[in-house]
Design a protein around this ligand. Structure first.
Ligand SMILES: CC(C)(COP(=O)(O)OP(=O)(O)OC[C@H]1O[C@@H](n2cnc3c(N)ncnc32)[C@H](O)[C@@H]1OP(=O)(O)O)[C@@H](O)C(=O)NCCC(=O)NCCS
Length: 224
């Protein structure tokens, strides 16, 4: 029976196999997920191309969007560095779903300054949260939530989200909170139940949507 366990950058630094396995699962999750389909991307504009698209267009050597090169959407070394840097952030809250030594799911978030969120999302998307919570010190950004396809539909996604958000409620109750997902992801149901509201389409990445809540303490964790 899998367990949900907290983790931090220290664990990733101490246990190299954990870092390698998490990186591999993380990359494959976004590469193979039929919604995200982030296998290759355009070197020029960053548009994603799925496995299915690449397979069906084997002989296409330049991206149709910009006539540029295809590059891996999730290069392992850089992704590993990104995961470590998240884990080492002092505001990081992260949980893994594990069975014996196998990683079956993950979720984490960390705080970002309000100006960073405005830069990332644009003023139009982020400022409504600040208007209703002008004292917000920063934003708790729920970065990731994923469960291995073999384990889905058993409540682990909800439990992982609940664990991370419970941590955020304890430590960052007055922050705003924001997340980005794919518009067709099953995660949307979890986020709406928790009290997140649709803010708008994510600027720049097709089919990605942004959800937010003005105050972390308003999250309804009993609902998820
Ligand atoms: C989103 C995700 C984490 C959910 O994990 P999970 O363990 O299946 O989630 P749960 O079992 O807790 O179920 C959560 C909701 O999804 C629904 N769901 C789960 N599997 C489903 C399926 N195969 N078909 C339809 N709905 C499904 C559940 O019914 C539940 O909704 P409910 O509360 O209305 O009943 C998982 O589908 C996933 O990893 N998806 C790919 C990555 C992704 O999209 N992540 C979010 C990006 S931020």
């Amino acid at each position: 029976m899998p367990n949900i366990v907290g983790f931090s950058g220290t664990d990733l630094n101490l246990y190299h196999n954990l870092l390698v396995d998490l990186t591999e699962m993380y990359c494959q999750m976004w590469e193979y997920d039929p919604n995200f389909g982030e296998y290759k991307k355009c070197h020029e504009c960053g548009k994603f191309y799925s496995h299915a698209w690449v397979e069906a267009n084997k002989f296409v050597t330049k991206t149709p969007c910009c006539a540029s090169n295809f590059v891996p959407a999730w290069p392992r070394k850089e992704t590993m560095e990104k995961i470590i840097s998240h884990g080492n952030d002092s505001t990081f809250v992260g949980y893994l779903l594990v069975e014996e030594s196998e990683i079956l799911g993950f979720s984490w978030g960390k705080c970002r300054w309000n100006y960073e969120m405005t830069e990332k999302l644009g003023n139009e998307l982020y400022s409504p949260l600040l208007v209703s919570n002008p004292e917000a010190p920063a934003c708790f950004y729920l970065e990731e939530l994923a469960v291995s396809p073999s384990q889905r539909g058993r409540g682990y996604g909800r439990q992982l989200a609940n664990s991370v958000l419970s941590g955020a409620v304890k430590i960052y109750p007055n922050h705003t909170s924001v997340l980005t997902t794919h518009k067709n992801s099953d995660a949307v149901k979890i986020y709406i139940k928790a009290g997140y509201a649709y803010l708008g389409d994510h600027p720049g990445v097709e089919d990605r949507v942004t959800y937010g809540i003005d105050r972390v303490s308003s999250l309804q964790l009993d609902n998820i």
